[in-house]
Design a protein around this ligand. Structure first.
Ligand SMILES: Cc1ncc(COP(=O)(O)O)c(C=O)c1O
Length: 463
């Protein structure tokens, strides 16, 4: 079959990269019908916080790709680290007591950096795999310590933890469940701590946080505390619309978890490594997790790698279980891949040597101010964020907070106008997320928001 025989390809695209893409690539998180009409945006180059497409047009990557390219798109040290490791040892695995120096060095470094005392680091390739590994370790842990009934895991509506069968079940977004026959059993979802959207009239942030913790406790009571094994949360929800919890929310949630002896998994896949102006958001929000997942900024996304930290209590139970079974029956071919580990290690060195977290603290105030300034637009209901992550939410009526119907058209339209102006952002329904590379400067922040304001002005004039 030739490309033109497929019948779905826009004839005007010819045998271009676009038409070949439409004919051959199944895109994640894409509307296939729309994609067949418009084709892809083919990105061909990167420089600092900018990427460029095949026509040579430059864009500010206001989302660091997918919340990940923290050091931008042209960090030579990471390229050198990958090349050196490829020349030394391009692959070796970690099964059956085998190891490599980059894996050992990276695990050692991560344990030094951990926000709370941790015992071991398990490596995987994606955030989803890290989440799945955490789920399996929760189950293994409770079996090993003789509490086989304590297996349910509580996540939150609008939380995002990945797309594999189990991690997608934890993800609390309808689009990740519908038609996929998810969630699987033993997975529960509690309330979203989004004050602006979910608080009752006249409820204070403090009272709202208390109500969120009570909702969690009610769920635990209804299910039976002896059946609840763990709770998982992103410190700041990302893909669910960038939701920053009220100040005391996690203090109250952690009190509930402690009361019922429930493990806490912090999903730092977006927040980890500086996003909130601290190395880990667990420091920002005073979290004391038993396990932490990280990915994305771990390698500035230059290599696919994720990691799961486990504390000594978990490790001791896994060891006991593995002694009974013979070996710990979990791991990926590429767990601790030496090239990915070498790149991640170099990324962490750059964070330290270039004081990237201090830099985030220096620019985040300006970023948040320019974000809050967008409140002047008539159709922006809320701007929210912390550190170098944020979102603005478009609404039909600002005072009544009335959402647009159907959901999503406004977000899509504004994101497309921003793209035309040269800024890549991500629409999640009618919330538009911003998560620029951590190396962004004040001047670049101004440039980005100036362009967003032009796009928003054009859009307001058009509706
Ligand atoms: C908080 C969080 N956890 C987990 C994941 C899943 O990561 P991946 O897409 O690498 O599987 C993501 C992805 O965006 C995420 O934002």
């Amino acid at each position: 079959m030739t490309l033109s025989d497929s019948g779905t390809i826009n004839a005007s695209l010819g045998n271009s990269a676009s038409s070949r893409d439409i004919a051959s690539v199944l895109h994640p998180y894409t509307n296939f019908t729309a994609h067949e009409k418009t084709g892809p945006l083919v990105i061909t180059g990167g420089n600092g916080i900018y990427v460029s497409d095949e026509s040579g047009k430059n864009y500010i990557e206001g989302m660091s790709g997918l919340w990940c390219a923290s050091l931008g798109f042209s960090e030579k040290r990471l390229i050198a680290a990958a090349t050196k490791q490829l020349e030394t040892l391009p692959f070796y695995h970690n099964f059956s007591s085998r190891s490599t120096n980059p894996t050992i060095d990276l695990a050692t470094k991560l344990l030094e950096m951990a926000p709370v005392p941790m015992s071991k680091v398990f490596f995987a390739n994606s955030g989803s795999e890290a989440t799945d590994s955490a789920i399996k370790m929760v189950w293994y842990y409770h079996n090993a310590i003789g509490r086989p009934e304590k297996k349910k895991i509580i996540s939150r509506k609008r939380g995002y933890h990945g797309v594999t069968v189990a991690s997608a079940s934890l993800t609390g977004l309808p689009g990740n469940h519908k038609l996929f026959d998810l969630p699987i059993d033993r997975i529960l979802h509690t309330e979203t701590p989004h004050f602006w959207r979910e608080a009752q009239p006249y409820e204070s942030e403090e009272d709202f946080a208390t109500r969120m913790a009570e909702a969690l406790e009610d769920l635990i009571q209804a299910e039976g505390p002896e059946t609840i094994g763990a709770f998982i949360a992103e410190p700041i929800m990302g893909a669910g619309g960038v939701v920053v919890p009220p100040r005391t929310y996690f203090d109250k949630i952690q009190e509930v978890l402690a009361r019922y002896d429930i493990l806490f998994i912090a999903d730092e896949v977006i927040c980890g490594f500086g996003r909130t102006g601290r190395l880990f958001a667990s420091e920002t929000f005073r979290l004391k997790p038993d396990m932490i997942t990280v990915a994305k900024q771990l390698s500035s996304a230059y290599q696919p790698i994720s990691a799961l930290f486990i504390n000594e209590k978990i490790y001791a139970a896994l060891k006991k279980g593995a002694d009974e079974v013979g070996v710990f029956g979990h791991g990926f071919t590429y767990s601790g891949h030496p090239v990915a580990a070498a790149v991640a290690l170099e990324t962490l060195k750059i964070y330290e040597e270039d004081s990237i977290v201090d830099h985030v603290r220096e620019v985040m105030g300006h970023f948040q101010k320019r974000l809050r300034d967008l409140n002047k637009f008539d159709k922006i209901g809320e701007t929210r964020g912390y550190g170098l992550i944020g979102a603005f939410e478009l609404v039909a009526d600002k005072c009544a907070k009335t959402p647009f119907a159907p959901t999503g058209w406004a977000g899509k339209a504004v994101a497309e106008l921003c793209l035309t102006e040269g800024v890549i952002l991500r629409a999640m329904g009618d919330s538009i997320a911003l998560c620029p590379p951590l190396i962004i400067t004040d001047k670049q922040i101004d440039d980005m928001f100036d362009k967003i304001e032009i796009a928003l002005t054009k859009w307001h004039q058009s509706i």
